[in-house]
Design a protein around this ligand. Structure first.
Ligand code: AMP
Length: 467
């Protein structure tokens, strides 16, 4: 029998808020994390967005604030949540407000790219909780607008993403500023070695909760790949968008210029679309997200950085217009659909130059992504190359032709159907065309590091204290 929120020692003020939000049953991470956190223990959670991790740490924090019953002290928050992006910070704050709707508490968000004045004003008035990205938080700490000396509850969210984005030095600085006596929550979708090391330095006698292993994120997402020449991608996208069942579509592109161009040309062709990327102001991003959430626009074009915090239910389809260069980004992208237990679909448009990245993704998620050939732009070249690459990866030695049960000899499996890479690898055509691949492989660009490395010393800081 599954447990209910009412089975957990959660105070009535929060229970009623959860009811009003239609949160009836705790998700696995909530069911496993809330009891130890309410007991005051530290927590290591291996989970990603979509699992309900926000409420898992927000409920105990809000309960603590209610029970402590303290006025917020100027400049000295009681709780701190650090997250990698502005969108995620805003989303966490929204979640906190919703869950804490019956609790008297004050919080502020802190992130860069906007003026610091409102953030400083909020800190000066006193807030119970600060939800922040690392860079601006350190700036304000440096200017003595924020002190962590009275902190009781610290949450580090999406730690692996912090590492990816070059925030590790900032995080280490923040950790050094934490008081000894505090409760810590450490959340990460994956646990690479530096993250594990950081977690063990931060946590004491912690409970560990692992929900879906990172590579399994997408179990609920129906994934397909379509092989298409780059020059045909736009036409294929139009065709995909012409289907009315694709009600709320998130399209990913690697670059902000690409995202801008694409959304403008979609709008020109009469499709209700918008774009969101790191180059747009925070207000513009939030406005676009709200329009998308409210169903005012049907198609949202996003880059990876901007997508991180997109928490919108009922995204029917994720379309990867570009194959992401990193497998992790793929997992995060497709995780934008199939949220909160729903199902969803992802379609990846892959040209010949992107095969290498597709293969990396398949290795990471531990399964081949089925090919959809049922479209008029199917690129035989890309599909054949893919077949060759995969077959050499699994070192399949097959004869040039495949004997079928009826004794007929077939040349290749280039028929119109959806099949998995395993099927592709098993096809005789794999070996048949292996030789031609070496030339194509040379065309593949080296992996670029798209992360923004943020150097602490580069940030501008006023010399004098302003308080
Ligand atoms: P998160 O992983 O925290 O980003 O949450 C993913 C989505 O699940 C959000 O839209 C939440 O509002 C929703 N959610 C979280 N917990 C529950 C729950 N217990 N029942 C229903 N929805 C939930």
């Amino acid at each position: 029998m599954s447990i209910k929120f009412s089975d957990l020692p959660i105070i009535p003020e929060i229970q009623s808020a959860l009811k009003s939000l239609d949160y009836l049953t705790p998700t696995p991470i909530q069911a496993q994390s809330i009891p130890p956190l309410l007991e005051g223990r530290d927590l290591l959670g291996c989970a990603q967005t979509g699992t309900g991790k926000t409420a898992a740490f927000a409920i105990p924090l809000l309960q603590k604030i209610q029970q402590v019953g303290k006025y917020a002290t100027p400049y000295q928050p009681l709780g701190l949540i650090v997250a990698p992006t502005r969108e995620l910070v805003v989303q966490i704050a929204e979640n906190m407000s919703a869950i804490g709707q019956n609790i008297k508490f004050r919080q502020t968000t802190i992130y860069g790219g906007v003026g610091q004045r409102p953030q400083v004003t909020a800190l000066a008035k006193g807030v119970h909780v600060v939800i922040a990205t690392p860079g601006r938080l350190l700036d304000l700490i440096d200017q003595e607008y924020c002190s962590l000396s009275k902190l009781q509850y610290f949450v580090l969210d999406e730690a692996d993403r912090m590492l990816d984005m070059g925030f590790m030095p900032d995080i280490q600085k923040i950790v050094r500023l934490l008081p000894r006596n505090r409760q810590s929550v450490f959340l990460s979708a994956t646990m690479p070695a530096p993250i594990e090391k950081l977690a063990s330095s931060l946590l004491h006698n912690h409970a560990t909760v692992m929900v879906t292993p990172p590579s399994r994120t997408a179990d609920r997402v129906k994934q397909t790949v379509m092989f298409v020449d780059r020059s045909d991608k736009r036409k294929l996208l139009d065709r995909l968008l012409s289907e009315s069942s694709r009600t709320r579509v998130l399209v990913f592109m690697r670059t902000k210029h690409g995202a801008d161009r694409l959304y403008k040309s979609l709008v020109d062709s009469g499709i209700s679309a918008e774009g969101i990327h790191g180059g747009r102001s925070q207000n513009a991003r939030q406005r676009v997200l709200n329009l998308f959430r409210d169903g005012e626009i049907r198609v949202l074009i996003a880059t990876d950085v901007a997508s991180r915090g997109i928490d919108i239910d009922e995204i029917s389809h994720v379309i990867n217009y570009d194959v992401p260069l990193e497998a992790e980004a793929y997992v995060h992208r497709i995780g934008r659909t199939a949220r909160a237990g729903a199902s969803g679909e992802s379609i990846t448009l892959c040209d010949g130059d992107e095969l290498k990245y597709l293969r990396e993704i398949e290795k990471t998620i531990g399964m081949p992504i089925p090919i959809d050939r049922e479209h008029p732009f199917h690129s035989i070249d890309a599909a054949d190359d893919e077949l060759n690459q995969y077959s050499s990866m699994v070192k399949t030695k097959r004869p040039r032709t495949t004997k079928r049960g009826n004794g007929n000899t077939e040349k290749s499996s280039r028929h119109k159907s959806t099949e998995s890479t395993k099927d592709r690898a098993d096809s005789g055509a794999a070996t048949q065309r292996r030789r031609s691949i070496s030339g194509k492989l040379r065309k593949i660009k080296p992996r670029s590091t798209s992360h923004t490395k943020k150097s602490f010393s580069n940030r501008s800081r006023p010399k004098s204290k302003k308080r």
